[in-house]
Design a protein around this ligand. Structure first.
Ligand code: FVH
Length: 283
């Protein structure tokens, strides 16, 4: 018999988690604030609980995936968690995760999901975990059903920190792509063709420079590979001017231009992009 698991929250992500657990043969109890959500789970064999307390009582492993941190506290306040391992996959800040860990006691794991719902249970998905190491080891196999588990340390705030670092990088990339697509759209260029032929290959090629930046941060600067900050700051002004000329709001571009100018003014003009990390760290 596989470990019974409870899932609190049947939004898009909670539903995907419950599906993966059911597919792996875990007796799965589910609860959602709005009853009847995700009816397909009933056909797959899920058991519905009427209250969070009943859901928690049903399984030793309780996975929580609600909208925000405040909803987790509201849902579990007053519920007896004795003997339960709570794995909270709700998006949160490191501080929120630490506070929740103090509140929910001895066997708490915090998590950050690096996947969209359709990726759950597929090889590309991974989930950061932090918190009580024994709890992670005890349920590593069950958690592996959801996505590749990446345990990052005992401090319960660490998973949220890693999660937020990756989401921050992702939104920077999406913001840049959206700006590029707006420029092309205003010029009448179809988005799909532009993306397939140019945008995706370009971003893929640029990704290769990130390990180099990381190496510079860890081991000191190597060289600028022909692209120093003084050159980049000068060219960047054209990005903002061209956006305005093309009728595109430059709001996503402006902060990077300001940072480049600041770096050059501070004497980093002959360095590479990794010098910007130092400026950001001083905030
Ligand atoms: N979906 C995604 O792409 C991302 C991938 C990475 C991780 N995130 C985080 O996962 C958490 C849940 O996200 P979700 O996609 O399941 O979100 P929704 O589909 O909007 O479902 C929200 C669930 O939360 C319940 N809920 C909302 N407010 C309350 C409340 N006050 N008390 C109890 N439950 C609440 C909601 O219930 P209902 O509206 O159906 O009654 C849903 O079950 C999230 O932290 C993402 O950042 C997802």
């Amino acid at each position: 018999m596989k470990t019974p698991v409870t899932v609190l929250g049947l939004g898009a992500m909670g539903t995907a988690l419950a599906r993966a657990l059911l597919a792996a043969g875990h007796p799965t109890t589910v609860w959602n604030r709005t009853p009847g959500r995700s009816p397909e789970l009933d056909e797959l064999g899920a058991t519905r609980a009427g209250t969070p307390a009943d859901a928690v009582a049903a399984s030793p492993l309780v996975i929580v995936c609600l909208l925000v941190d405040a909803t987790v506290r509201a849902t579990l306040d007053g519920v007896d968690l004795t003997g339960r391992t709570v794995v909270n996959l709700t998006n949160s800040t490191p501080e929120q995760s630490r506070t929740t860990a103090e509140r929910f006691g001895a066997s708490y794991l915090d998590g950050g999901i690096m996947a969209v719902p359709a990726m759950i249970g597929t090889p590309g998905a991974f989930i950061f975990y932090s918190g009580v190491p024994e709890a992670f080891e005890k349920y590593r196999a069950e958690l592996s059903v959801l996505a590749r588990p990446a345990y990052v340390g005992e401090d319960p705030g660490l998973a949220a920190l890693y999660d937020i670092a990756l989401l921050s990088a992702m939104y920077g990339m999406f913001g840049g792509a959206q700006h590029a697509l707006a420029l092309m759209a205003n010029a009448g260029v179809p988005a799909t063709a532009f993306t397939e032929q140019f945008l995706s290959p370009w971003l893929t090629a640029m990704l290769a420079s990130i390990p180099r930046m990381a190496g510079e941060l860890d081991n000191g600067p190597v060289d600028t590979a022909g692209s120093n900050l003084a050159m980049q700051a000068a060219a960047y002004e054209n990005l903002v001017t061209a956006a305005q000329t093309q009728g595109v709001d430059p709001r996503l571009l402006v902060p990077m231009g300001e940072l480049l100018a600041e770096a050059v003014a501070a004497g980093h003009g002959d360095e590479g992009l990794s010098a910007l990390v130092g400026l950001l760290r001083s905030a």
